[in-house]
Design a protein around this ligand. Structure first.
Ligand code: PRX
Length: 642
């Protein structure tokens, strides 16, 4: 079997075989890209289809560096680039494979031609209910083909999609609908997860109540027999009536392609704006170079499309590159891990992209012996994303899934970035456990101290991106330009502030240490402590609360809540956990709720989370001279110890 990596000391490098096939296999690419990033990205853009070529590749305001645009004046269409361009040569090649969770349901394959036809019909369906260019369509769907079809249909007609993770609660959906004011919602009657039917129509309906939503399309995925209201339509019935062709609109490169809500430091998720031209080129090129995609590749990205990873590497990136993407409806360990690994084997997956949490679950379940029964002959590249991966987990993944043959690309990026920003490239390397790699060609990151000075090699600091900003970077926050400037640009003005801590190592390699703000990554899902606190504070007996992150062996981090109540009540902890699940979703549930008499505060009323964190971990609390209520330390200590 072909070996794609060789080991030298603790570092892995691409083998000759890998170098031979890789698109990027020498330093030249970094050199050329850094000499002229605009030229570099323009070359990639030229590999895609444009109705009209851009007249300016990149422009940026000198006084307001956060105002920058890519491919100005260009006209294109993301759906056309995902599907139509492949039709002449790849009409019969598989574009998408969907694996439903229930084993008795057959997998579904869609060729490029079939997917194109469905997307055209869906685009006509959207038009038939009144969706026009520039309208926002919120998509609240599980991992089913209709999710990808809906996104592409929006992209085809220039509607802006705003996907909401299907495991978010009705309240979380409502928050997003109230912010994006969309008049159209696409959802499903339900889906399967861990052998259970999960109803989706009901939370969708609840979420839409009191918002601007006028019409709802419902996919009959679970074949539930429910009655729809006047403004609700079955997907399959509407689709029946639609013509097979639908022209792809000629859209401005700088028009908004989609919104994706993500958690920040505030209590409310923010709608990250991605523009068409830049996002498209970034997703296309990073998919091509980071996963080294070639004809006949089969990519399995396990991220839910409700998150950015799924947008870029389960939907757009693979399709822009004309390869096959696999999506799976269910949970990886259901009905068994064997089923999950059989997907990789059966479909000859060549690129497997997943999150450290999932790998840690494999480790905890001791799947070495099960994995030894699989050869994964065609597997070439492994990828990790969403949270830092520790050395042990990296090596386990490398050995047992990658069979010590495949490089691991540890990709660092964010919802805001649209696509990978830091990673090693398969044909260049190096692959070092715990080290993400270099900035993607044409992108430049630095590690700065508080004052904006670069820290020396091997010292921790804040990770920032320098101009020219990568094409996939957000262009703003929906209806909140102030927040956009404050969150990303106020710290260093001319640099984009990522919110992550990092070390720069020799060779401009980055080791990412994780968030330095109040964002918490739970099993790779991005949540904010303020959002969880807001949910907890809705409880009538809660006076105030503070949420801190606690390290967890599998999930990376879990939220822990400290809560002050005005009246004791039995099982209030359970009430609070239930409330968070209702307000945000089960992923945000606090692992532990401590009811405490007071929270440690400074004179100005700021809650000292650092102290809570130390108490929770049974560590020394350090300097507490600024506390107004030092007596709480002992009280909380006693509660936490029980
Ligand atoms: O803290 C970093 C972490 O995930 C954050 C971004 O989360 P989100 O917007 O949900 O996007 C996740 C998928 C792109 C980052 O600020 N993160 C992402 N990838 C890595 C990572 N931390 C360490 N290593 C990574 N490879």
């Amino acid at each position: 079997m072909v070996k794609y990596v060789v080991k030298k000391g603790r570092v892995f490098w691409p083998s000759k075989a890998m170098k031979k096939i890789a698109w990027a296999n020498s330093e030249k690419i970094y050199k050329e890209a850094s000499e002229s990033p605009a030229k570099f990205w323009a070359k990639a853009a030229n590999e895609l289809f444009w109705f009209k070529k851009w007249h300016k590749t990149y422009e940026q305001s000198r006084l307001r560096p956060w105002n920058f645009r890519w491919f100005v004046g260009g006209k294109t269409n993301a759906c056309y680039n995902a599907l139509d361009i492949h039709l002449p040569e790849k009409a019969n090649q598989t574009a998408l494979i969907w694996i439903p969770e229930p084993e008795k349901e057959p997998d579904q394959n869609y060729t490029y031609e079939e997917l194109h036809e469905l997307v055209c019909k869906a685009a006509n369906m959207l038009k038939s209910i009144g969706v026009r260019r520039g309208d926002i369509v919120t998509i609240y769907l599980p991992m089913i083909p209709e999710l990808i079809i809906s996104m592409l249909a929006c992209a085809r007609i220039g509607a802006i999609h705003s996907v909401v993770f299907s495991a978010f609660s009705s309240q979380a959906l409502k928050t997003r609908l109230l912010d994006n004011r969309s008049r159209f919602l696409i959802t499903a009657d339900g889906y399967y997860r861990r052998g259970k039917l999960i109803k989706l129509k009901e939370p969708a309906e609840q979420g839409a109540r009191g918002t601007a939503v006028e019409k709802i399309i419902v996919v009959n995925r679970a074949r539930r027999k429910i009655r729809l209201k006047n403004n609700e339509f079955w997907w399959h019935l509407l689709m029946e009536e639609q013509p097979l062709s639908c022209p792809a609109e000629e859209l401005d490169s700088n028009s908004v392609m989609f919104l994706l809500y993500t958690s920040g430091t505030t209590g409310k998720p923010k709608g990250i704006i991605h523009e068409l031209g830049g996002y498209m080129v970034h997703a296309y090129l990073t998919a091509k170079l980071v996963f080294d995609l070639h004809e006949n590749d089969v990519m399995f990205c396990t991220a839910d499309i409700g998150w950015i990873t799924g947008h870029s590497y389960a939907c757009y990136g693979p399709l822009f590159n004309g390869i096959t993407s696999i999506i799976y409806e269910g949970s990886p360990d259901w009905p068994s891990w064997k089923r999950f690994f059989s997907i990789l084997e059966k479909y000859n997956v060549t690129v497997f992209y997943t999150a450290p949490t999932l790998i840690r679950m494999m480790v905890a379940n001791r799947l070495e012996r099960l994995l030894a029964r699989f050869k994964f002959e065609k597997l070439r590249i492994l990828g990790s994303v969403g949270e830092p991966i520790d050395e042990e987990t990296w090596l386990w993944f490398f050995r047992h899934v990658g069979k010590s043959r495949c490089p691991i690309v540890d990709t660092w990026w964010q919802t805001e970035g649209g696509g990978v920003l830091i990673s090693s490239l398969p044909g260049i390397g190096p692959f070092i456990p715990g080290v993400a790699g270099r900035s993607f060609p044409g992108v430049n990151h630095l590690v700065l101290d508080e004052g904006g000075r670069p820290v020396s090699v091997g010292k921790e600091g804040y990770l920032v991106q320098a101009s020219p900003f990568a094409p996939g970077m957000l262009s703003g926050v929906w209806r909140n330009s102030k927040l956009y400037r404050e969150k990303y640009w106020s710290q260093y003005h001319k640099y984009y502030f990522s919110g992550d801590g990092a070390y720069m190592l020799k060779g401009k390699l980055f080791r990412i240490t994780g968030r330095v703000d109040d964002v918490i990554k739970v099993a790779g899902h991005r949540l904010s402590t303020a959002e969880i606190e807001n949910a907890i504070n809705k409880h009538p007996l809660v006076v105030e609360s503070a949420v801190v992150a606690k390290l967890d062996k599998i999930k990376g981090n879990v939220p822990v809540a400290f809560v002050v109540v005005n009246k004791k009540k039995k099982n209030i902890e359970q009430d609070i956990i239930g409330l968070v699940a209702k307000e945000i979703g089960p992923i945000a549930k606090p692992h532990i709720v401590y009811v405490v008499p007071d929270l440690p505060k400074t004179r100005s009323g700021k809650i000292m989370r650092r102290v809570l964190r130390a108490l929770m971990l049974n560590e020394t609390v350090g300097d507490v001279s600024t506390l107004v209520n030092p007596e709480v330390i002992g009280q909380i200590e006693r509660i936490v110890k029980v």
